[in-house]
Design a protein around this ligand. Structure first.
Ligand code: FAD
Length: 506
């Protein structure tokens, strides 16, 4: 047992935990473990009814996780405390736990839990730019709203979340698609070192020269291999510390032009990796209103770049926020457009672009909305965006576990389709119906793409829907992840005890 300060020995811990076993069923899952944690970390452990417990729960983005009830929430302030928490949990194998950074996962139980222990990493949120002015160390519990302003001041940036409240930990361990992705790949590709706490309680650094396989596996392995406590990343230069972008809102009379603009942008001869577009086709149930909202960004202070003229030329526009501004402002804007504190489901697929496929996808989405709109008040958004560039073969530190060939060009050829549905009604029937609609929509897009030879396996884990999607399998890297997990988590703690999230059998 590692000494936390004066050292609680393994034997003492065994004795404490022995008072309550799952066999006697006298203690709900987690209660006794929480008491042990509270005895050693009294300021970091909160219980139902405590202000800190309520604050942690209400800071999840969506109701499906806000409404879960862990036996306690433990909020470590250092990697050593995370190690101590894992030591305690290892000695109490019947206690399940959840790992939470920003709490933006849309699948219930991915970063919160009923009974058991929630490890809330929100206090590990330091952001330090190194003396070289290029590398930044980011605590896993920071949000992108913490990170961007620090980097903006140095004329640097990262491929972080496009909404400021998204957490660093889940985003980077699941990949991460940001404003710079068409040029610089997934957010995790910029990571040069991770501080990781293993199930053994050891705190190690994983990078391209030390624990290289773990380093690669954690870029897409999420909570299956360890808990990352700090990410060191190499930033990109942003001229004048500002980029161009914003959101255009249009009526649905422009839908055909919108789909054509997106198709032309994807298939045009002059690919410009600085330009990105996320085109959302939105139905707002409470107003029975459809609209199109397209977010455009250009990673330099260049107004109305030629490569995005397909979109900016479309008229009429109901609203436009296009301007030159620091990255932090754009992330705050996307955050303000999001609709937290409701129930939500995200689901996703990837297809190859063709001249006509987006019209088919849009028609399938409209069909899905027609079914949804009879009954509950649901907001549904179908967003089209590009995949990131793959990591180049000659930069080993950038490899990730998504399985893209370095010579492939998914940023040009493929479209990521995201369906996100939001609703307020807590009834089980409504939730089931909305989730089922998302599942059916994705299945119908996959079938249509398959029929036209445009289907792709890849399902992006940060957008995938639990219960019907398998993002880890979709990368073809499962065998590799299993081998790394066996090596670094021999007891299978992250498979058996960390029950939420994308899992595989070791
Ligand atoms: C409004 C909104 C906007 C979004 N925008 C984008 C976007 O622009 N680009 C994009 O790619 N995605 C985006 N996402 C998806 C987002 O990337 C994922 O939801 C991501 O997992 C959130 O990270 P988090 O830390 O907030 O999540 P959490 O809910 O805290 O964690 C998500 C998962 O990661 C695991 N995890 C968290 N921290 C660690 C850690 N330190 N070590 C190991 N495992 C860990 C958790 O156990 C959990 O399974 C968005 C989501 C929302 C709701």
């Amino acid at each position: 047992m590692r000494p936390l300060s004066s050292g609680l020995h393994l034997r003492a811990l065994h004795l404490l935990l022995a008072f309550c076993t799952p066999v006697t069923s006298q203690c709900p899952n987690g209660d006794q473990t929480c008491r042990v944690l509270a005895s050693r970390l009294p300021d970091q452990v909160t219980f139902p009814g405590d202000e800190g417990y309520d604050a942690s729960l209400s800071s999840y983005a969506y109701l499906q996780q806000q409404t879960q009830s862990p036996s306690c929430v433990v909020k470590p302030t250092s990697a050593a405390e995370v190690a101590f928490i894992l030591d305690v949990l290892r000695e109490s194998p019947s206690t399940t736990f959840a790992v939470r950074s920003g709490g933006h996962a849309t699948n219930r139980g991915f970063s919160n839990i009923d009974g058991g222990v929630t490890i809330d990493l929100g206090s590990l949120n330091k952001v330090d730019v190194h003396d070289d002015g290029v590398t930044v160390s980011v605590g896993t519990g920071a949000t992108w709203g913490h990170v961007y302003p620090v980097l903006d001041a140095h004329n640097r940036s990262l491929n972080g979340g496009r909404a400021s409240d998204v957490g660093v930990g889940g985003f980077l361990s699941g990949g991460g698609i940001g404003f710079f992705s068409l040029e610089h790949g997934f957010g995790c590709d910029a990571v040069v070192n991770m501080e990781v706490v293993l199930s053994s309680g050891d705190v190690i650094n994983a990078n391209a020269t030390s624990h290289r396989k773990l380093f690669k596996a954690l870029k897409g392995g999420q909570n299956n291999l360890g808990i990352v406590t700090r990410w060191d990343l190499t930033t990109v230069h942003v001229p004048e510390g500002r980029i161009w972008g914003g959101t255009l809102v249009y009526p649905t009379t422009t839908t055909d032009e919108q789909l054509e603009a997106f198709t032309n942008w994807k298939t045009g001869a002059d690919f410009d990796p600085r330009a990105s577009a996320e085109q959302s086709h939105v139905y707002i149930g409470s107003m029975d209103q459809f609209l199109v909202a397209t977010s455009l960004h250009y990673t330099a202070p260049v107004e109305f770049p030629e490569s995005l003229r397909n979109f900016t030329a479309i008229q009429p526009q109901w609203d436009s926020t296009l301007r030159i501004a620091p990255v932090a402002e754009f992330a705050a804007e996307v955050q303000a457009q999001s609709t937290p504190n409701q129930y939500s489901i995200f689901a996703t697929t990837t297809i190859k672009i063709s001249p006509t496929i987006l019209k088919t996808v849009h028609a399938l989405w409209q069909d899905s909305v027609r079914h949804l709109s009879s009954g509950a008040t649901v907001t549904s958004s179908m967003t089209l965006q590009s995949l990131p560039a793959p990591p180049p073969a000659d930069e080993p530190y950038r490899e990730n576990s998504f399985g893209f060939d370095p010579s492939s060009t998914p940023q040009k050829d493929d479209v990521l389709v995201l369906i996100s549905n939001f609703w307020d009604d807590p009834s089980v029937g409504v939730g089931t119906r909305v989730r089922e609609a998302a599942r059916r929509f994705i299945a119908s897009v996959d079938s249509a793409a398959e029929a036209e030879g445009l289907a792709k396996e890849f399902k992006y884990m940060n957008y995938a829907g639990a219960g019907f999607q398998s993002p880890l399998e979709s990368t073809g890297q499962l065998g590799f992840l299993r081998r790394v997990a066996r090596c670094y988590d021999g007891v299978g703690m992250f498979q058996r005890q960390a029950v939420g999230g994308w899992k595989f059998d070791v």
